[in-house]
Design a protein around this ligand. Sequence first.
Ligand code: KIV
Length: 266
Amino acid sequence: MAGKIRITTIQKMKQDGQKIAMLTAYDYPMARILDMAGIEIILVGDSVGSVALGYGNTVPVTMADMIHHCQAVRRGVTNSLVVGDMPFMSYKISQKQAMTNATRLVQRGGVEAVKMEGGGEIVPIIQTMVQAGIPVMGHVGLTPQSIHQLGGYRIQGRDDEAATKLLNDAQRLEAAGVFALVIEAVPEEVGKTITGALRIPTIGIGAGRGCDGQVLVLGDFLGLTFGKVPRFAKKYADLQQIIGNAVEQYIREVREGHFPDETHHY
Ligand code: KIV
């Protein structure tokens, strides 16, 4: 995709039957690499908590963390659409709080859209933001900010009742004005049904092949995740190994006096 990607580009891609590629990023160099490679959407996810800040989940991530990382990503991006996650409890206390925080993410963080986890219960907040000119991406299915409520990272929408509720939530979010919808960790059939029922694009993560696009968390994608990685996450590179090998070589060369060599000194 050449040129600047906007929310209208993303929506047209669905109409044209073109798949959408999205990845997360949290800092300047990664954002630059993803942007130059031509990714359509960069999400500054609250997954920054586990990928870059060493937390066990996304709950401790604050607005200050998000603004800091959004600014770094923004500086690295020319063409990709930059979306920033509204972190835990930054939009559920009151409409005023939600609007204030979304404004900070757009104005200070430099993102072009915000993402919020939730179903029908966040419809009024979405409507207010969209009316005020802030594009919103929805997120249904497994919503990691509710990990304590959900009792762990589990596949959602497994029985008919749960799948119907997900479809209903997705339709309500579309009617409220979200420009795209992340669907996380649901059976492939559920992802496909929701995608077929919506005009807006769906971006799946563990939601099967029927979605309009796919997103992966950069740490899983690059092999930088410590501990358990979800089954749906494909590792496209093993940076843990590459970086580890480089550091071991450096240590050896320093100890043995091979670095600096002839070319690496003044
Ligand atoms: O924070 C994040 O990385 C996300 C993705 C899982 C979509 O919300």
